[in-house]
Design a protein around this ligand. Structure first.
Ligand SMILES: Nc1ncnc2c1ncn2[C@@H]1O[C@H](COP(=O)(O)OP(=O)(O)OP(=O)(O)O)[C@@H](O)[C@H]1O
Ligand SMILES: [Mg+2]
Length: 376
């Protein structure tokens, strides 16, 4: 599956654009602010029905215009699928597949799997544990309805339980029976989530280690670890043991909402000790592991978007990453970089198809291999 053609109308800085892509590597280089990331965002839109940069659709309409259109023609198996996304101020968003409207956007999500690595993802490495739980939940729930259902139920009950505890702070009285009902429900919904998270970390760890070793040429040892109090005991017991604590803390101190995905460099958390380049390498390896995990689950290769991933990485690591994703185990890839020399010179050594586009004045110009780039 790959994106053959993209057309844009009044999408951000692009009044009009039509571009044909390679089924392998496509890279966009140009100065800051010329619209490289905006191209990736349009591709992301076609998969997830939303931007990865801004939450309001209106902000994606070119200034002083009223609507935007994104069209993508995908080769899926042996046929072409046309995906249309239109947004008009005051009328909202419409998604069509082969000219037929979707009833719900949710019916479209999943048709074109996609993995994005962007500078914003660094929070997965350096942010709080919630970021890493979101990472696990986002991937697992794509392929497991029960997981999603149990997680939503767990979160709802958790809110109710926390509300009850907060009320206790004000009134100093609490209905212990209701609290016990909540405990039972939290225990019930958490067991499947715990089991699936355990399995997920077991599955993804060796894939992650493989990619990290490749990017760093095996210079550093890394590991992933799933940390949960449910490893020690079942949640019902934990909650009853923690009840006194909860009544003084006024929130629920035990449960899968406290789980952590430990990201280790050697024996230490990468968050605390890793250099920026090490953290970036870690992020790329984790995301590539996500790519492979999704591929195993859905049976074909997602589209891969690499937005500005090479910043802070030494030239050896950049080369390793480009060579890695150029291999046949990855499918169609879109890369942005400000430095045409850095990427152009690696691409020319690769034995495989790539399209290199120069971005300027809201236009894409394809560069051909015979162009020599000055070394950076
Ligand atoms: N709704 C909009 N209408 C017009 N222009 C917009 C709109 N939204 C964003 N832009 C413009 O898009 C440009 C940013 O594009 P983008 O983020 O793709 O740049 P980039 O090439 O990735 O830059 P960098 O190298 O700094 O990452 C800005 O110049 C911004 O003004
Ligand atoms: Mg950018």
């Amino acid at each position: 599956m790959y994106l053959e053609k993209l057309t844009l109308l009044n999408f951000k800085n692009y009044p009009e654009l039509e571009v044909q892509f390679s089924s392998k590597i496509n890279c966009f280089t140009g100065n800051n602010g010329v619209g490289k990331t905006n191209i990736l965002d349009a591709i992301y839109y076609l998969s997830f029905c939303k931007s990865f940069l801004v939450s309001s659709d209106l902000l994606n309409v070119k200034h002083h215009e009223k609507l935007f259109v994104i069209n993508g023609s995908y080769q899926i198996a042996d046929s072409v699928d046309d995906i249309h996304c239109g947004f008009e101020q005051g009328r909202g968003k419409r998604f069509k597949r082969n000219k037929k409207d979707y009833e719900r956007l949710a019916d479209h999500i999943g048709l074109i799997p996609l993995v994005l690595i962007s500078p914003y993802d660094i929070n997965l490495i350096i942010g709080g544990s919630e970021e890493r739980r979101k990472f696990m939940d986002g991937i697992i729930s794509q392929f497991d309805r029960q997981y999603l259902f149990d997680l939503q139920r767990y979160n709802r009950v958790l809110l109710q339980r926390n509300y009850l505890l907060k009320q206790f702070g004000k009134t100093r009285s609490i209905d212990e029976e209701v609290l016990s009902l909540y405990d039972a429900e939290l225990a019930e919904t958490s067991s499947y989530i715990f089991q699936k998270r355990t399995q997920f970390v077991t599955d993804i760890k060796p894939i992650f280690q493989k990619y990290f070793t490749h990017i760093t040429s095996g210079k550093e040892e890394v590991s992933l670890g799933y940390q949960s109090s449910l490893i020690e005991n079942d949640l019902l017991t934990l909650l009853s043991e923690a009840r006194k604590n909860d009544l003084s803390a006024l929130y629920t101190t035990e449960g899968i909402h406290k789980d952590e995905l430990n990201l280790l460099l050697g024996e230490h958390p990468i968050r605390k000790l890793g250099s920026q380049g090490q953290q970036k390498s870690y992020l790329v390896a984790l995301k590539l592991a996500q790519f492979e995990y999704i591929q195993i689950q859905c049976g074909f290769k997602p589209i891969l978007l690499l937005d500005d991933v090479f910043d802070k990485l030494d030239s050896q690591r950049v080369e390793q990453i480009i060579k890695l994703v150029a291999q046949h185990s990855f499918g169609q890839i879109f890369i942005t970089d400000t430095n045409p020399a850095r990427i152009g010179n690696v691409l020319r050594q690769i034995d495989g198809e790539y399209f290199h586009f120069h971005v300027e004045n809201s236009q894409l110009t394809r560069l051909y291999e015979e162009i020599e780039y000055p070394t950076a």
